[in-house]
Design a protein around this ligand. Structure first.
Ligand code: HGY
Ligand code: MN
Ligand code: MN
Length: 414
């Protein structure tokens, strides 16, 4: 009965183009950051497409968006499929949108084929997966799985000066047609299609990655404070320059962390200095640090090394240093049972697969805390992501959605 059902590849590719116009950048990427007007525009577009197909549209208090297709047993916990619609500031058109729109394509294909599933199926677009406008990342999925929105989030100020609480309220109000539902619910299982955001599938010419787990991530906000003073009249012995301390610490960390451990990732994504005058020694130097590792003990060790290095270099410049942890995601593995479902479905679809760990974090990690979850990776050109040149070939877009359709039918009827 379901052997002849397939996704409509042209429709899916058209949807990707349609959503890529929302926040399109001059260099072919998207800047559709979480809880901005553009994010709200993308959510409204998806909600409108859903309503046009007669699907239910829901949102929860952290603005996760759910598109529901009923099942024979409508009281059964739904199968969730989806990803996110928010992007990086200089992001690509596939990161997040591919998984969300592939999931919507699955609903439409089931509807077109008139196939009724045992369980309801819900497409989900998680709020603020990227975490770059408001840290932490995965706010929607982590609040959903924890069943609570941390009160501190409401006071968070974004990189562009907005308050999270205000932006969340505006986002919820921008979708009056969505039925509000409580935070969290029983979920049968969760599947997410995503671009690999790394080079291995393309290098090995394999169309599908079966993601066995996700490495750990920790974000630090570092602030070094010294004394602002005149650039021309302040001799070296009088200077307490926080930027000098920061650059010295970062130089050591860049030269040691990744060169000494090829599994470690150390990234400084943003630096800012106050007061920022050309002729004044800085008072404050701030930077963000993103550390990743498959082993959580190594993340702790890296964190300690970073703090020690900064404290030493700050002391040498008679400065102070403060650390704030804005995101902490322990590594996790997905259940073998679900990996097998994906591999068998890929077999039937004639798609070669390889198992792999994700270097990027994803909402699936948090959903996996309350329901068996798994991810399907598709190749992206040169492994490039979080870059406007991010690209996945149409045949890989179609293969990922096709596997999602097959796995969804199996899980929604199993
Ligand atoms: O940063 C990440 O790993 C994800 O792509 N937002
Ligand atoms: Mn993503
Ligand atoms: Mn991303």
């Amino acid at each position: 009965m379901t052997a002849d059902i397939d996704i409509d590849g042209a429709r899916l590719l058209g949807r990707l183009d349609q959503f890529a116009e929302i926040g399109a950048t001059a260099r072919g990427g998207v800047n559709r950051q979480a809880l901005t007007g553009l994010d709200r525009e993308a959510r409204s577009l998806l909600a409108g497409l859903a309503a046009a197909r007669g699907f239910g549209v829901f949102q929860d208090p952290v603005a996760n968006l759910f598109i529901r297709r009923s099942g024979k047993d409508d009281r059964a916990p739904p199968l969730l499929i989806g990803s996110h619609l928010d992007s990086q500031p200089a992001g690509g058109r596939f990161d997040g949108a591919l998984g969300t729109l592939s999931a919507f394509e699955v609903l439409e294909s089931l509807e077109d084929a008139g196939i009724e599933t045992e369980r309801p199926i819900e497409v989900v677009a998680w709020t603020n997966e990227e975490g770059c406008r408001f840290a932490p990342g995965c706010m929607g999925s982590s609040a959903f799985s924890a069943g609570v929105i941390p009160a501190a989030w409401l006071e968070l100020v974004s990189t562009d000066g907005a308050m999270f609480g205000d932006e969340l309220k505006a986002t919820l109000e921008a979708l009056p047609q969505a039925t509000m539902r409580d935070l969290g619910m029983p979920v049968h299982a969760y599947l997410e299609v995503h671009i690999e955001q790394g080079p291995s599938l393309e290098k090995e010419d394999i169309p599908i990655g079966i993601v066995t787990g996700i490495q750990g991530t920790r974000w630090l906000q570092v602030e070094v404070s010294g004394q602002t003073a005149h650039a021309g009249t302040t001799a070296l012995s009088y200077r307490r320059d926080p930027l000098r301390a920061m650059i010295s610490a970062l130089d050591t960390l860049y030269s040691t962390v990744m060169p000494q451990d090829e599994s470690a990732r150390f990234t400084v994504g943003r630096i800012d200095v106050e007061p920022g005058a050309i002729n004044a020694i800085p008072e404050l130097a701030r930077c963000t640090i993103d550390i990743r590792h498959p082993d959580s003990l190594e993340i702790d060790r890296l964190n300690a090394t970073i703090e020690q290095c900064f404290h030493e270099r700050a002391k040498a410049q008679r400065c102070e240093v403060l650390f704030k942890r804005s995101f902490d995601m322990s590594p996790a593995n997905f259940p073998e049972k679900l990996l097998g479902v994906l591999e068998r479905a890929a077999d039937v679809a004639g798609l070669a697969t390889k198992r792999m760990v994700s270097g990027a974090f994803h909402d699936a990690l948090f959903v996996n805390r309350i329901a068996p979850s798994a991810m399907i990776f598709v190749p992206c050109r040169d492994g490039l992501s979080h870059n406007e040149a991010e690209y996945t070939a149409p045949e890989h877009v179609v293969s990922g959605a096709r596997l999602l359709l097959r796995s969804t039918i199996g899980l929604a009827n199993g």
